[in-house]
Design a binder for this molecule. Sequence first.
Ligand SMILES: NC(=O)c1ccc[n+]([C@@H]2O[C@H](COP(=O)([O-])OP(=O)(O)OC[C@H]3O[C@@H](n4cnc5c(N)ncnc54)[C@H](O)[C@@H]3O)[C@@H](O)[C@H]2O)c1
Ligand SMILES: O=C(O)[C@H](O)CO
Length: 386
Amino acid sequence: MAKPISIEVWNPAGKHRVVSTKSMPGTRWIRLLTDADCRLEICTEKKTILDVEDIQALIGDKCDGVIGQLTEDWGETLFSTLKRAGGTAFSNMAVGYNNVDLNAANTYGIAVGNTPGVLTETTAELAVALTVSASRRVVEADQFMRAGLYDGWLPHLFVGNLLKGQTVGIIGAGRIGSAYARMMVEGFKMNLIYYDLYQSTRLEKYMTAYGEFLKSQGEAPVTWKRASTAEDVLRDADVISLHPILDKTTYHLINKDRLSIMKKEAVLVNASRGPVIDEAALVNHLKANPMFRVGLDVFEDEPYMKPGLAEQKNAVVVPHIASASKWTREGMATLAALNVLGKVKGYPVWPDANKLEPFLDENSAPPAACPSIVNAKLLGLEVSKL
Ligand SMILES: NC(=O)c1ccc[n+]([C@@H]2O[C@H](COP(=O)([O-])OP(=O)(O)OC[C@H]3O[C@@H](n4cnc5c(N)ncnc54)[C@H](O)[C@@H]3O)[C@@H](O)[C@H]2O)c1
Ligand SMILES: O=C(O)[C@H](O)CO
């Protein structure tokens, strides 16, 4: 028998039943669904991470689409349950979808949505915050101050690293990696080295033009280089920020061997996914190298940290909040809802998931399209001509 699970219902008479496994910020997403004849059921269960059985109970016997979260395991069981309930759409409220088994979704013909772009700058800004906090020992110094230990200015007190003129390294120079690179380069006049499977022509052009601009102002130009291996970035950079997707190629990309080739005083930042770093190896490295610092938004076994990490003063840790600005979270909710709504209504897919502004303009109706469906091609979904 299905578990009882608490829900809040909007527009009970709506024709299409859409389930959201969590309450999400803002109200626009709710309005968009209910105005389009959806009965919306929002799970209000007081449990942070829902398990597969909870979500099966939410889906029930009839469900057209589900808006879910990155903490949920969307695989064979959930997609087959959704299919049996007549569903055709699932959207993560996240850009990353490593919690989703796309093969299973494809098998059951379920469209899988994500929420790119709207979180790019917000996430990059938090990565910058982690970089500065780790480099300048902000959290350690804050704790020292609150503990009443400050008894006057000292030449050696909390000496950290200067960023200006150093080299910033990016692994995964996609939307967020490139935005972070620009912030670090513009903000701190850093040189850039990046590694990605693909060339980032846009970022390279920007770096060249910005270097020229600085030169024209009589300042030292910034330089850039595309590395042919991740190791080249790790060896050369003073600050390394990780922004790839999580898949087989990036699992434990940062491991014991790769940590050992980094500079002893390097700063490593991760706001991508926890398993990109072998966290146990990182804890050992932090213990052995007190001048090496990290800023982490994500962890290998969330919500837990590997033993020893919490005690390391050279680590700044925050609970996966990189996309947590009000505008972004409301935008993510909107995009996730529109992905599901679009599929339920039979709309085509938006042609460019990097240009979703029309869906985010609160003063106009969104286009009749699904903003971002990651398996659209595989499912042969029609592309919007709008
Ligand atoms: N911490 C957070 O709250 C938060 C917020 C947003 C996104 N994220 C994570 O950040 C990731 C990136 O988001 P995005 O919007 O920039 O995605 P994106 O697709 O624009 O960028 C990902 C980049 O990683 C590159 N890549 C893939 N495999 C690689 C490899 N083996 N080595 C090097 N580079 C590789 C891709 O080519 C691409 O350029 C998401 O998938 C998500 O997991 C985390
Ligand atoms: O992938 C994502 O979108 C994040 O981890 C949450 O913002």
